[in-house]
Design a protein. Structure first.
Length: 407
């Protein structure tokens, strides 16, 4: 019998599943800081002086360019302000907003009274009606009657609300105004600007601000460093991103998301061995819990010289645990791993599972070639015909097998 000059069809490289690089907006405290400030003001208001506490408070923005206004409530509107404070303390948003609207609309109300009414109305609507909350916060700033502490806290909160609602340009404008008027170098404040710039895809500017924020504190927060890491990724500077990620992982060795992000960075910088090592540690500790986790790891092994057995172990484990989907991609990867590790019988078994799921006849053709090489002519001819039936790029290869003598 003449030998057929057949080679395995070019195997498509197994694609590495994209890992979602998550960057969270700096968490904003819904009402903790805000409510505390307002409750302090409420208690001072019981003595008919709603501003005493604010006036005596330590300035949080000592370098602010804004001059402190005279924050004093009139005798006429003090009862209404007290009603607002009491309703706010009880989380009675309906009363807070309705009475606040009365104060704001009162032609005789001064700047402070309107500002504090708007501020409280905005604060009580946080996380229930963000749109209205922002309107009230803007009014509190426009009336310009709050103490510097409350005025700038309102501005900061407005910027965070805008960032949370994907109003990135507005958030940037607000935080820029805040930074210009307060002269603040607080890393938390700079992080808001960096985040807004990141969301606007102004990555070089974001990186500059975020590096300034990191430099401003000996122990940068994880959220800040993750944001800087994401900025470097977007700037196509994975080496810098990897440095940040490695530092974060050193402090948070059990943070899976960080390690997955670092593995992605390693993949992007052609450091497959490092990525595989990182994912392998997660696998052995039982932290690979998603289909794409297993796909990334076996793809890394298949793209590395002599790592087919490791790929086989990953695939079989993923299937056994019910994490890795037993689909075409999985079975064809398993078949390739078996074939190139010189386990043709197991490769045939995997190809038989993959071929019916394949979009075309190429996998049937690989099955046919492997069967032929193992001397299983009848099965090879049948697989070659199935390849022709589903369609292949080189039908002549399949026809040669179909034409082989013997059953």
């Amino acid at each position: 019998m003449s030998k057929l000059s057949l080679t395995m069809a070019a195997l498509k490289p197994v694609a590495i599943a994209a890992l979602l690089f998550c960057i969270a907006s700096p968490a904003f405290s819904q009402t903790a800081q805000d409510r505390a400030a307002e409750r302090r003001a409420k208690h001072a208001d019981k003595a008919s002086d709603t501003t005493a506490d604010t006036e005596q408070a330590k300035p949080q923005y000592p370098d602010a360019t804004r001059k402190e206004p005279e924050t004093k409530a009139s005798a006429k509107l003090t009862p209404k302000l007290k009603k607002i404070f009491d309703a706010y303390d009880k989380d009675d948003a309906a009363t807070v907003t309705s009475v606040a609207d009365e104060v704001i609309a009162d032609a005789k109300a001064n700047a402070y009274e309107r500002s504090i009414a708007a501020r409280l109305a905005g604060a009580t609507l946080l996380n229930t009606d963000q749109a209205r909350a922002k309107v009230y916060m803007k009014q509190a700033l426009e009336f310009d009657g709050l103490s510097n502490n409350d005025h700038f806290e309102s501005m900061l909160l407005l910027s965070q609300l805008q960032l949370q609602d994907d109003e990135y340009a507005d958030s940037l404008a607000t935080i820029d105004r805040f930074l210009a008027e307060t002269k603040s170098t607080n890393p938390d404040h700079l992080a808001i600007k960096g985040n807004a710039l990141y969301r606007l895809e102004r990555y070089p500017e974001a990186a500059a601000v975020l590096k300034q924020a990191v430099a401003a504190t000996p122990e940068p927060k994880a959220d800040l460093l993750q944001l800087l890491m994401g900025t470097y990724v977007e700037m196509k500077q994975p080496g810098e991103a990897a440095k940040v990620a490695e530092g974060l992982i050193a402090k948070n060795p059990n943070d899976k998301r960080l390690q997955m992000n670092l593995a992605t960075i390693y993949m992007q910088t052609d450091q497959g061995a490092k990525a595989a090592e990182l994912l392998e540690k997660l696998r052995t500790s039982g932290q690979l819990t998603e289909d794409r986790d297993y796909r990334n790891l076996y793809a890394l092994y298949l793209s590395s010289e002599g790592k087919e057995k490791e790929a086989i172990s990953v695939i079989n484990e993923g299937i056994e645990k019910g994490i890795l989907k037993p689909d075409y991609q999985t079975y064809v990867a398993l078949a390739q791993a078996y074939y190139f590790s010189e386990q043709p019988k197991l490769a045939i078994e995997a190809y038989r599972k993959a071929a019916p799921l394949a979009p075309d006849g190429e996998t049937y053709l690989n099955l046919a070639k492997t069967l032929w090489q193992e001397g299983q002519i009848a099965e090879a001819k049948q697989a070659a015909q199935q390849a022709l039936d589903k369609g292949v790029k080189k039908p002549d290869d399949a026809k040669k097998i179909v034409a082989l003598p013997g059953k």
